[in-house]
Design a protein around this ligand. Structure first.
Ligand SMILES: [Zn+2]
Length: 242
């Protein structure tokens, strides 16, 4: 099992849970999208990620805090990314529910992070609640390029990864030339336009995630719950391709 997006540091009993997931061979990418979370996730990685059972992290600034970000925060983010050569950038993006969506502040913070992903050659985990096409325009502004070829070549990092994907078929067609990956969540199947778009994505560009960030369960139950949630996303995906 591979959970492409989990907020380890926001879950209860995080140390116990991290060890338990690794013991169960539940692979994951630990997402940290606020400064306090960067500290915690990097600590968890130092303590629990081993050569035999490693896990990857992603460090970024979520659009929910974009309007509050200071220049030092971006410098700190760069530091975390330089410390961990395998880390991705993100989750970063735009979200119409939070300040800075209308006035372009979220755009600026996103572009800075997209540039960082290009400069450091890291994949970029993207959060979008709102206009998906705007994200593509922002990626281009940052320097990401779409390939002119009909079938986009498999590229190395930096690739845009649309986490908890909620776009439509038109978006999928436009995003694939950027080398995009799509991480599916159980919610990805709820909206008809997204459910219809999913079968258009090449299978090797599809990943699954829980986006888990809170729970009241004890570690054992929670680990099982995560496995079940991830499995149900995988099953929904298999069904969508029938
Ligand atoms: Zn998330």
């Amino acid at each position: 099992m591979f959970d492409f997006h989990i907020h380890l540091a926001r879950l209860p009993h995080k140390k116990q849970l991290t060890q338990l997931l690794l013991n169960k061979n539940y692979a994951f990418i630990a997402v940290a999208c606020e400064p306090w979370e960067w500290d915690e996730v990097s600590q968890l990685k130092k303590e629990f990620s081993t050569e035999i059972k490693p896990f990857r992290c992603t460090y970024g600034i979520h659009p929910m805090i974009a309007a509050k970000v200071k220049t030092e925060t971006l410098a700190d983010l760069r530091h975390f990314l330089q410390e961990d050569k395998h880390a991705m950038v993100g989750e970063a993006g735009i979200d119409k529910r939070y300040p800075g969506y209308e006035d372009g502040t979220q755009d600026l913070i996103f572009i800075e992070q997209a540039k960082l992903a290009l400069e450091l050659q890291r994949d970029l985990q993207i959060h979008c609640v709102g206009d998906y096409m705007r994200v593509l325009k922002l990626l281009e502004k940052a320097g990401f390029k779409a390939s002119q070829e009909l079938n986009a070549p498999s590229r190395e990092a930096p690739r845009p990864i649309f986490h908890r994907f909620g776009g439509d078929a038109n978006f999928v067609k436009k995003a694939i030339p950027f080398g995009a990956f799509f991480s599916l969540h159980e919610d990805s199947f709820r909206k008809k336009s997204t459910a219809d778009a999913i079968p258009l994505i090449p299978e090797n560009k599809v990943f699954f995630e829980t986006d888990a960030d809170k729970s009241f369960l004890e570690p054992d139950e929670l680990a099982e719950e995560l496995e079940n949630r991830l499995e149900s996303v995988r099953a929904a995906y298999a069904k969508s391709r029938e």
